[in-house]
Design a protein around this ligand. Structure first.
Ligand SMILES: Cc1cc2nc3c(=O)[nH]c(=O)nc-3n(C[C@H](O)[C@H](O)[C@H](O)COP(=O)(O)OP(=O)(O)OC[C@H]3O[C@@H](n4cnc5c(N)ncnc54)[C@H](O)[C@@H]3O)c2cc1C
Length: 484
């Protein structure tokens, strides 16, 4: 049966972009496509959003993406700071330390610290924003097949109404580590087990622990266990490892209660409710390619991280943010703009995988590696991208390809504005500081994205150092494409 999109109620037009998977990656991409007015269909195999707190760390760069997409206030209101870790020795309270290095406020960085927000709530807030933007998720609909051709992609779906196919201009596999899209394309995913010992992650309600600390029993018999109070909720997240690689974790509520009773200061009866539980082994893996013609991979479908370092969800959100504007602006699948998605994101994902694996291995070796500035994702750049052009010597510290920092600026008419306010939206921004000459030429994608021109007469010292008296074209995702 061939179903036209108009028969699917949810979308009025044929999907130009089919997004498979409403995890953080797919939801972010759908928000970006929705605000750009790109017809799309976001499908999710499950009947509801993922219910666990799993990826609970949002990095500062992700908060900047959420600012641009219009949901940062809701995210900041719902989340909170990481608590200090309290190292228990059995029933004795030991030292406390910061797992996430406290970062002083920095000019140019509106969100200088990581935020804790349970993954289920991040996804809920993304869905709320998507609905505000006129989009939605089609739940209970699984991608089962995919055939790209010269004119588009035929996607086979199974939903409440049975099997049907849809035609899309592009398809994006944001369908997680076991990605059906990746398998359909025959794209390999090279990887290794970072740690063969099984781990449990679970969300629990309990009494008997303060909510000011992330409680850790690192030397508990059978394997370390931690209980972290989840900001904005009354719940805790349990993370536990088994020393025995052949152990068979019991993720039933009784099993979780027994584990907490055995490895922590609590009794099993202190655990009132087990909301969600899952077992996993820390793996790292990278897809061979992130693109095959009209089909793209993003998020865990393209790169799998150890949970150490809090990078997986954040890297997936950055993938979506990199891809959204390119899908909207590309002049057909041959447009070289689309080639830059894989060229920019694959090497960067490889670097981030190296970081999370290093943090994991150091933690296993008994050294708790603090999550520092390199985990914040603010210093990632696209200096080597084909989209990046540096004309002449840099006018300031900033290079073409870098993230454009925020600053308070004064326009020639005396109006005061923030750069991030000027960047917010689907457009590119042309910034001219101190009467700098215009850029020799603007890339053709600026016609599709729209262009906003901002002239800066005066700014703060940090921005004078960064931007100098230069002219900059800032991409819709906040990176300097052209500097002159
Ligand atoms: C214990 C733990 C802690 C973590 N902590 C952090 C952290 O602090 N910070 C961080 O950044 N990351 C963290 N992560 C990683 C993070 O959870 C993942 O990287 C993130 O969920 C990936 O998002 P995604 O949208 O790419 O994929 P997923 O979240 O896996 O979403 C994929 C979606 O696709 C759907 N789907 C699958 N197949 C199909 C199909 N065929 N058709 C339609 N839909 C389909 C799935 O149901 C799912 O909803 C942690 C992970 C673990 C296990």
């Amino acid at each position: 049966m061939l179903v036209d999109m108009s028969e699917l109620n949810d979308v009025k037009e044929r999907a130009r972009v089919l997004v498979a998977g409403a995890g953080p990656t797919g939801l972010t991409l759908a928000c970006d496509l929705a605000r750009r007015g790109v017809p799309h269909l976001l499908i999710e195999a499950q009947d509801e959003l993922f219910p666990g707190a799993r990826g609970k760390g949002l990095q500062p760069r992700t908060l900047e993406v959420f600012d641009d997409l219009g949901l940062v206030d809701a995210v900041l209101a719902a989340g909170g700071r990481y608590p200090r870790v309290l190292d228990w020795e059995g029933a004795v309270r030991g030292e406390t330390f910061d797992l996430v290095e406290p970062m002083p406020p920095r000019p140019g960085v509106p969100h200088h610290e990581s935020l804790m927000l349970p993954q289920w709530r991040t996804q809920r807030l993304l869905l709320d924003r998507l609905r505000e933007l006129g989009g939605d998720v089609r739940f209970g609909t699984r991608l089962t097949g995919l055939t790209p051709d010269a004119e588009g992609v035929t996607v086979r779906l199974t939903g409440p109404e049975g099997e049907f196919t849809v035609r899309a201009g592009y398809a994006v596999g944001a369908d997680g580590g076991r990605s059906a899209v990746r398998k359909q394309l025959g794209i390999g995913m090279e990887g290794e087990t970072v740690d063969p010992r099984p781990m449990i992650v679970a969300d629990v309600r309990l009494t008997g622990l303060d909510r000011e600390h992330w409680h850790a029993w690192r030397k508990a018999e059978g394997g370390g266990a931690t209980l972290c109070p989840l900001r904005g909720t009354g719940d805790f997240q349990l993370q536990a490892q088994y020393d025995d690689p052949d152990a068979r974790p019991d993720t039933s509520p009784e099993g979780i209660r027994a584990l907490i009773g055995a490895r922590t200061v609590l009794d099993a009866a202190d655990v009132h409710e087990v909301l969600w539980a899952s077992e996993f082994r820390a793996r790292t893996a990278l897809a061979e390619r992130f693109r095959d013609g009209r089909v793209f991979l993003a998020g865990d479908a393209a790169h799998l991280h150890s949970p150490a370092g809090g990078q997986g969800l954040n890297t997936g959100i950055q993938d979506a943010y990199n891809l959204g504007w390119k899908l909207a602006a590309a002049d057909g699948p041959q447009d070289p703009l689309l080639d830059t998605y894989e060229a920019e994101r694959l090497p960067l994902a490889a670097d981030v995988l190296g970081l999370s694996t290093r943090i994991h291995r150091a933690t296993v070796a008994g050294r708790v590696l603090q999550r520092g500035r390199d985990t914040q994702q603010l210093d990632l750049h696209y200096r080597d991208s084909a989209l990046t052009r540096q004309h002449g010597a840099p006018a300031g510290e900033l290079r073409a390809g870098d993230r454009a920092p925020d600053a308070r600026c004064t326009a020639p008419d005396g109006t005061v504005f923030r750069l991030f306010d000027a960047f917010r939206g689907p457009h590119c921004t042309l910034l001219t500081f101190g009467g700098a000459p215009p850029l020799p030429a603007l890339p053709s994608y600026t016609r599709a994205t729209g262009l906003r021109h901002c002239v800066v007469a005066a700014t703060e010292p940090h921005a004078e150092g960064a931007y100098g008296t230069g002219t900059y074209l800032v991409r819709p995702d906040g990176y300097v494409a052209v500097a002159g």
